[in-house]
Design a protein around this ligand. Sequence first.
Ligand SMILES: [Zn+2]
Ligand SMILES: [Zn+2]
Length: 686
Amino acid sequence: MNTDPNNPSGGHHGEFQAKSTHVPRPPYRPNDRPGNHSNNRTFVYRKDTSMQSIEHALDKIATPSTAPSTPVPQNQRNDRGPFHAKRMNGNRGNDRRRNDRNRNPERARFGDNPDRSSSHKDDVIPPLKPGDLRVIAIGGVEGIGAINMTVVEYRDQIVVIDAGFQFSDENTPGVDFMIPNTKYLEDRKHMIKALAITHGHLDHIGSLSFVIEALGNPPIYTMQFGAMIISKRHEEYPNLPALDLRIVDKGDAAVTVSEDLKIKFFGLTHSIPDSSGVIVETPYGDIVSTGDLRVENDDGVATQEEIDQYKLFKDRNVLLMTLDSTGIDKPGWTISEKVVADTVDKIIRDVKGRLLIATFASQVERIIEFLNSAKRYGRVVVIEGRSMKTNVAIAKHLNLINFDNIVDVEEMHKYPQNKIMMLVTGGQGEQYSILDRVSKNSHKYLKLEPTDTIVFSSSVIPGNEGTVDALKDALYRKDPKIITYYDSDVHASGHGKRGELEWVHKQIKYQYFMPVHGNYARLMMHRDLVENLGVPRDRVIVPDGNGAIIEFRENGTKMVVLPQKAPHETIAVEGTRIGILQDVVIRDRKLLLESGVFNIFAVIDERSGKLKKSPDIFSRGFVYIRENQELFHKVRGLVKKIIEDRTMDPKYSIDELKDELVEKVERFLLQKTGKKPIVMAAIVTF
Ligand SMILES: [Zn+2]
Ligand SMILES: [Zn+2]
């Protein structure tokens, strides 16, 4: 069904050349729904909240007004945190379409899709020798550090850590999002014993429903909050088998997942409840994956709680540690989240009119603080943004907040202005978000007034500066009070800065270190940081892109970086298709975006070689046709001349003629306009 008002032809992907297959839709089986499965899987219970009760709770969590079957005014991607994904440049009006597609359950049907294989057939990875230990950075070490996935392999046993995804950006036009290349794992899926998830952010869980079947549905170990987000997302794919989710807690003993491997979770501080690090216990020591973290502090001094969280490393034998590199380029320590909460608490207390707070839905811990403040000062709260609503519902279910004063935006007018708080996404200027709509005066229930206050409890994601500026321009025209982190402590990153990363390195003693969650420059900066802390350079492995493989040999005493890489071509999800992102298609799309397309159509008399009529020319997105009649006239003349010159020779070839037309017209258009549209020629003879 075409739900895109901007694209009447519907999801047109005919030119997407990723080797992809359209898997026929399996019949809907109600028992596949996570809430209904009646199998005998075992669950590890935490406190009194079982997985079954989570499923029950998920059933009860009101489906937000932006349910998949309804028109979607809210961009699901409003909810990205900093570095969790970069926003697609929203000037093509296609966010609404993408949003619908992101929920298309038909798309998650590629469990045995053979087309994710590497095109680098010569990269033959040697079999792992018995007794050697292999670690692979499948994803997370390129770009902004999304698509996180790490593999630990020993003998015939594999543990996978995290399964993230990345939203498309201006470099990947037409793509919905990107997921890890799991070809290496698919070839060894019988060996996968567990998938361990560090926390519930999309760059760590986003691809789970898309890859889990291809990985053979291994048990997924994670803490409670992440488990609920995973379940909620997986509900959107009722055709897929239920997930085998097993909830663990940070205090729990290590779980034996195979003959030689155990996994253990430890608590750390990030921005979403139940953020954890994962320890894979191997015969040669621990492989520690910290996930994302920051360090709560008082003016650059770690709190006692932080010191306690890392105490378990005092007497552990850590063979390899990997650590978040997101904040490595920022000196010092992030401001404490407590300072942010206190600052916003005062704003919620003191503001005389309506209050709008824009933040990332991923900042769940902060949202909880804001709701507590609203309760303290008797404000009702309107929540807008699909993931924001879901996350608040989960937090309520887990008793992380006790707050019932949530009202619908339509009800808002019933309350005095100084008793209203709105918690919204859209701080990055996303189309159709509430901020976008109020800035354009197109929100049905909310018109901005100078007595309103807007707090941006968020940073500007690099690349979004222009869009955010445009949003603020439009908002300022209504002259509300606007508070940002430039003038007030209303935001801090969930990713630790240099000072915090240094501190973490001092808490965990390890033999080897691999920086992750960042682009190459950040990984190298992280290497330099630990070198300054006294870690020898040969003990630091900077992965050279996704797919990098390292091995520990000779009973774990020797580390080797393999020259081969695991398949690592980017896998794009696009409409109902999934496959390797083809550079040539992306290059064409960029050209089409920049210069448009120019088509020549000519009919030639087979016997005389003459044109039957003047050649037809069609163009889109190139130049304004009405103002360029002369240019088109000249191109027609040029085409006519080329054809008639060439067809003088009775043995001329149509293919060569087409190539010549394309080449010469391209050159002519470039000379005359300075633009290089995609030129195509079609010739018919009869
Ligand atoms: Zn995170
Ligand atoms: Zn992350």
